[in-house]
Design a protein around this ligand. Structure first.
Ligand code: NAP
Ligand code: BLA
Length: 329
């Protein structure tokens, strides 16, 4: 493909040349999005197992990089998308920025908030984009909650429960503490939804339980965190997954002085006295495509993004406090 020179020093050529680290669900959604947008070109991919990486490269006509270290050093890339296991996000992000790449990283930016903070400074020093994806903010549930919130007046209590029953539990990275991180860190969107809605957190309490089958591999986990926000709201988040659960649950309930909102991924209800009003909830698909498009437009035209790395870092700090609280109890 021929490259067109642009006047922008931030991203000087079009199409934007992209490398992806990872070959799973998120990486595939990214590759699909890049393929359908003429302003971007997937050049190279680094994966984990050779078989999956070869298949991925063949499917998307990308060059195989034998490691993420090799990928980030390539001179023919403008943007690196980090869509692999959480443990490696920080190290890959650091190496990519050091090599003058813009980056998209799937949440969490790092398993360690101190490292996350220094990556944000590094990107700013280097004048590179560091975008931490938070697709939950683009989804139907979050947007329906935001739109309906004024209807219930002063919110005083919000509870979000996601329990994912898995029979049997998969023996994959999402059930390994060293690769996924503490559950509220790996599944950062749960707490990020709260900090996006209610702002600053004053106190965090958390309990957790893991059903280990071997060192570093569990068949189920359960975490429950209570948050007190500076604006007075009490928040509670419950995250569970695996074999010890016999039913899945996904419910976000918000209690306000003028009404209650109850959301499932399918629809919401506004309860006020005798009245119940049904609220539509939009799709949970197409979000990686939307995120990718917004980044392409940001790089080319500096249009606004929907989330800042600082906001992601803040929720990461809250998740870390949850981990410390759980470990102390
Ligand atoms: P996935 O489908 O399980 O893919 C995981 C990727 O990591 C694969 O390329 C896999 O390669 C590789 N991998 C697995 N074990 C590894 C190991 N021990 N060392 C190095 N690489 C390993 O996961 P995913 O859902 O795409 O998630 C990727 C990232 O996106 C995560 O950070 C996740 O938090 C984030 N995210 C995902 C979603 C979503 O909807 N899925 C939403 C928001 C954020 P092999 O298959 O070759 O082992
Ligand atoms: C989040 N989904 C995630 C994450 C992982 C998965 C690892 C990040 C960690 C977390 O927040 O829990 C993995 N999700 C899966 C897998 C399936 C799944 C393996 O649904 C198997 C079906 N993600 C998908 C699919 C959709 C999806 C098919 O893989 C929906 C069409 C959406 N996953 C989705 C969204 C999030 C997410 C929107 C953000 C979390 C949130 O909404 O809070």
């Amino acid at each position: 493909m021929t490259q067109i020179k642009l006047s922008s020093p931030f991203c000087p050529t079009i199409p934007i040349r992209v490398g992806i680290v990872g070959t799973g669900y998120a990486a595939s959604a990214r590759a699909e999005a890049l393929k359908t947008d003429g302003r971007s070109l997937l050049v190279s991919v680094a994966g984990n197992t050779l078989k999956n990486t070869k298949e991925f490269c063949q499917k998307y006509q990308a060059q195989l990089s034998t490691s993420w270290q090799q990928l980030v050093e390539r001179e023919d890339l403008d943007l690196v998308i980090i869509s692999t296991i959480n443990r490696d996000h920080g190290a890959i992000a650091c190496a990519a920025i050091e090599n003058d790449k813009h980056i998209i990283v799937e949440y969490p930016l790092s398993l360690d908030s101190t490292e996350a903070e220094s990556l944000i400074s590094l990107a700013s020093q280097k004048n590179r984009l560091l975008h931490v994806e938070h697709i939950e903010l683009l989804g139907g549930l979050h947007n329906a909650i935001k739109q309906s919130l004024p209807a219930i007046g002063q919110v005083f209590y919000a509870r979000y429960v996601t329990i994912n029953s898995k029979q049997p539990a998969p023996q994959k990275w999402t059930y390994k503490s060293s690769l996924f991180g503490f559950p509220f860190v790996g599944a950062l969107s749960r707490l990020h939804r709260f900090t996006e809605l209610f702002g600053e957190v004053d106190t965090v309490n958390c309990h957790s339980q893991f059903w280990y089958t071997e060192a570093d591999l569990y068949k189920a986990c359960l975490c429950s965190a209570q948050l007190r926000f500076s604006n007075g709201v009490m928040g509670e988040s419950v995250y569970g997954k695996g074999e010890t659960f016999w039913q899945s649950e996904n419910i976000f309930t918000l209690y306000g002085e003028a009404g209650t909102l109850i959301f499932t991924p399918q629809h919401g209800q506004l309860l006020q006295g005798e009245k119940t009003q049904i609220i539509e909830v939009g799709a949970r698909s197409g979000l990686f495509a939307q995120d990718t498009k917004m980044v392409i437009e940001y790089l080319l035209e500096r249009t606004a993004l929907y989330v800042t790395p600082e906001a992601s870092l803040y929720s990461l700090k809250v998740a870390e406090l949850a981990r410390k609280s759980a470990q102390a109890s």
